[in-house]
Design a protein around this ligand. Structure first.
Ligand code: TEU
Ligand code: CA
Length: 565
């Protein structure tokens, strides 16, 4: 079915991606097949049964394209080539066939706000002002003409320094919202848009089922590129994401490409508040299907600094996001990805005595909220943040770039404490497959150290243990398939102010109760509900129910069948 058929969306058939469970693979860290310390595509192919057994419907693969890896593949040198370290196009085709044979679909990462500075377009573009590729990128004179005065405006880059770099060949500056090695494409140029549509068709024709679109709201720039105010400079993503032509570009992309295939498109909506995101996913408008919204995972993150969160604030965000999606949209549910801390370290309790229980609670949250769940690799095991000991232990360019920007204004100890809590490398340590050397990820030296807790937290152990996080996820994903209330039912927070219990109703028939703390709680459901019993949970520790009262041991959860009394 093409999206153009959705003329009357409320009556239209339900799209497949609403019922799907999505699993994100960060290929560099998933499985190394040849001992060079870097995860690769044959490694993914070898582990497809892990995903199948878990119940995954869709894999989102972080970038697998040819890249010099300034930002681990989010700097693409050739969109039609596979990164040599990851394998060949034949390896990709084999992986895709293996997914299809198991009834899974693949979406790939479309990184088209920017390319690598080593992309052939940029290599040409920087040569001269009249090069045919000049307008593929955004070139400007400095503030006071071509030879001086500093950058054209005061935009900051996310990985440190200004968002402009002066180029020797012509003296002009080029724009880059991220690193200097990631020049931004000029979406005002119709040739650029045509090139992007073409490369999208290249992968769709191979059989991929759509795209996660990297910082897609940033493609439309602000007319005239005016300076930011001091407040805007502290969170420039809100300006970068609100260029006026974004909706035009997305609708054109839909008409030109996506309408001709059966796809899922997920936009990374960094900098888009929930009410603005509604327009991006309104099925009547023909833009995106889903967006990834950062309000929850960034609720306690302020630039490089980690602040704090409370359960009532978290619950308020869930209610707000559920309301904001509107009747023509659909939410995504996630608590971690390759840019954010591990969910169990962020929102759970990663003390070894509690890590499994709290990981189960958080995975229950992801899998029982209203929307399409996205699990990040290792989350199904309760993988934790890594015990980085010094700034040298980090690989991520963001850690070094921000440290340069701070230029001694905070102590190294304070900066390190924050990077340990929220640095992106926490989520990028390799998958923990076994208790063996390097967690079974590689026979060589891993590109980023494996978390030493692999001896205790690994897939092999958990597959064999019925009460593991992995088996909890498997069982809940399977159970979810049979529950229309979980997949599609309404959402109602039963107790927004409770400091330790998160209790919500899904549809008419279910209540999910999560204990977000170590203490056992006795929780009374509202009198208007009759509890018919536990439908999902581990009976020995969870969900002892007497009348309206459910008793939950520390960090446990339960799903109850209810009726309106
Ligand atoms: O992320 C954009 C984004 O939201 C983050 O990089 C954010 O700026 C940063 O984590 C704040 O701490 C996407 C990709 O997911 C990320 O991996 C890339 O580095 C980035 O775009 C550039 O392509
Ligand atoms: Ca490898």
């Amino acid at each position: 079915m093409s999206r153009d058929d959705r003329q009357t969306p409320l009556d239209a058939p339900r799209p497949w991606w609403k019922d799907a469970v999505v699993y994100q693979i960060y290929p560099r860290s998933f499985m190394d097949s040849n001992g060079d310390g870097i995860g690769d595509i044959p490694g993914i192919t070898a582990r497809l049964d892990h995903l199948k057994d878990l119940g995954v419907d869709v894999v989102w693969l972080s970038p697998h394209f040819d890249s010099p890896n300034a930002d681990n593949g989010y700097d693409v040198r050739d969109y039609r080539k596979v990164m040599a370290r990851f394998g060949t196009m034949a390896d990709f085709d084999t992986m895709l066939a293996g997914m299809m044979a198991r009834g899974m679909r693949l979406i790939i990462d479309l990184v088209v706000n920017h390319t690598s500075d080593e992309h052939a377009w940029f290599v040409e573009s920087r040569k001269s002002r009249d090069n045919p590729y000049r307008d593929y990128y955004i070139w400007r004179d400095g503030k006071e003409g071509s030879q001086g005065g500093g950058p054209p405006n005061n935009y900051p880059a996310f990985f440190g320094g200004p968002a402009w770099t002066q180029d020797a060949a012509t003296g002009q500056y080029y724009l880059h919202y991220f690193a200097a090695k990631q020049p931004d494409l000029n979406w005002e140029n119709p040739e650029v848009r045509a090139e992007v549509y073409d490369l999208m068709r290249f992968w769709l024709d191979k059989g991929v089922s759509g795209f996660r679109m990297d910082v897609i709201p940033f493609i439309a720039k602000q007319p005239g590129l005016p300076d930011l105010t001091p407040a805007q400079r502290r969170a420039p993503q809100f300006v970068y994401a609100s260029g006026p032509r974004l909706h035009d570009h997305l609708r054109e992309m839909r008409r030109e490409v996506l309408a001709h295939y059966d796809t899922l498109t997920v936009g990374e909506a960094f900098g888009v508040p929930p009410d603005a995101a509604r327009d991006l996913i309104d099925s009547r408008r023909g833009e995106l299907d889903l967006v990834i919204n950062f309000d929850i995972v960034r609720m306690d993150i302020d630039g490089w600094r980690k602040t704090s969160w409370t359960l009532p604030r978290l619950k308020a965000l869930y209610s707000q996001l559920d309301a904001a999606v509107g009747p023509y949209g659909w939410n995504t549910q996630f608590l971690s990805n390759h840019d954010n801390p591990r969910s169990v370290s962020h929102f759970g309790d990663d003390d070894p005595a509690w890590v499994e229980r709290s990981a189960k609670v958080l995975n229950t949250l992801i899998l029982t909220q209203r929307g399409t769940p996205f699990l990040y690799q290792g989350e199904e095991l309760g993988m934790t943040n890594s015990p980085f000991e010094s700034l040298d232990d980090f690989d991520d360019l963001e850690v070094a770039g921000r440290w340069r920007d701070l230029a001694g204004r905070v102590s190294e100890a304070e900066y390190l404490a924050n990077a340990r809590a929220m640095g992106r490398d926490n989520a990028r340590t390799p998958m923990q497959w076994t208790a063996g050397p390097h967690g079974g990820f590689t026979t060589g030296k891993p590109w980023l150290a494996v978390n030493p807790n692999a001896a205790a937290i690994n897939a092999q152990d958990q597959a064999a243990r019925p009460d593991s996080v992995l088996n909890h996820c498997r069982a809940l994903i399977a159970w979810r398939r049979g529950s229309a209330d979980l997949r599609d039912g309404t959402y109602e927070d039963l107790d927004p102010e409770h400091e330790q219990v998160f209790a919500y109703r899904r549809g008419a028939g279910l209540v999910v109760v999560l204990n977000f703390g170590r203490e056992t709680v006795r929780y009374a459901l509202p009198g208007r509900l009759t509890v018919d019993g536990v439908v999902f949970g581990e009976a020995e520790v969870e969900g002892q129910v007497e009348g309206q009262v459910v008793t939950l041991a520390g960090w446990t959860s339960v799903i109850l069948a209810v009726r309106t009394a």
